[in-house]
Ligand binder design. Structure first.
Ligand code: FES
Ligand code: FES
Length: 245
């Protein structure tokens, strides 16, 4: 498996990217390269949640799904993972997912700019609730939506939708197939991706991390991107080599 391709799963197939800057964001890739424009850009600094997508990864061999801000996630961080955007909520018959249906029924959208982000955060909650007989409690709903801002609808109808979505006919999610797909994307060597003289390294162990740090003392250390992402999206800085922890 070539290490100089970013490989991830999106919309039913494995994607390979070999010509993007290591600091191109997931949001830029979805909207500008793949022309999937359901995901919105509000602030481009990880504050508003309009750009929320769900990322699936294997953690200690188990599937973990998290809602994240795609505006500050660099594309190579997707390697070996899967990304889900609001386009993925469309049902095989073209209909709405219960998350979207509930937002409609509860009047949870006005201008709609925040709505794809809310829908994806609610979807991550919907997945966690699978098999539960009780609706999520208010604290869980608040925590799930804490990264999503809405300036015109207000939050009560959206919170109502978080309860209502579980009362609608259920839609299941095939975790087993996704887990097998991600297993097939895992690498047995450290992932490094170079484009235009800039390299993104993703060490897998503390030893690899220490060796890289010693070899490249000026490389930018990247973790959750909440600061470093803004150096790119707001300050247009070239980060040079990146070591992703
Ligand atoms: S666009 Fe606002 S958090 Fe990403
Ligand atoms: S519906 Fe307009 S910002 Fe939320």
């Amino acid at each position: 498996m070539s290490t100089n391709k970013i490989r991830f799963f999106y919309q039913g197939r494995v994607r390979e990217v070999d010509s993007a800057s290591p600091t191109r964001t997931v949001l830029q890739h979805l909207r500008e390269d793949l022309h999937c424009t359901g995901t919105k850009e509000g602030c481009a600094e990880g504050d508003c949640g309009a750009c929320t997508v769900v990322i699936a990864s294997l953690v200690d061999g188990e599937l973990e799904m998290r809602n994240v801000n795609s505006c500050i996630q660099f594309l190579p961080t997707l390697d070996g993972k899967a990304v889900f955007s609001v386009e993925d909520l469309k049902q095989p018959d073209g209909g709405l997912h219960p998350v979207q249906e509930a937002l409609v029924e509860c009047h949870g959208s006005q201008c709609g700019f925040c709505t794809p982000g809310f829908a994806m955060s609610l979807w991550s909650l919907y997945l966690k609730q699978e098999g539960q007989t009780q609706p999520p409690c208010r604290k869980t709903i608040d925590e799930t939506l804490s990264g999503n801002l809405c300036r015109c609808t207000g939050y009560r109808p959206i919170i109502d939708a978080a309860v209502r979505m579980g009362e609608l006919p259920a839609v299941s999610f095939d975790r087993a197939t996704l887990k097998a797909t991600l297993q097939g994307l895992q690498r047995d060597i450290m992932f490094s991706y170079t484009h235009d003289g800039q390299t993104f390294h993703a060490p897998r162990t503390l030893e690899e991390m220490a060796a890289l740090r010693a070899a490249k003392p000026t490389a930018t250390i990247l973790a959750g991107s909440t600061d470093v992402g803004l150096w790119v999206t707001k300050q247009m800085r070239n980060l040079g080599d990146v070591i992703y922890t």
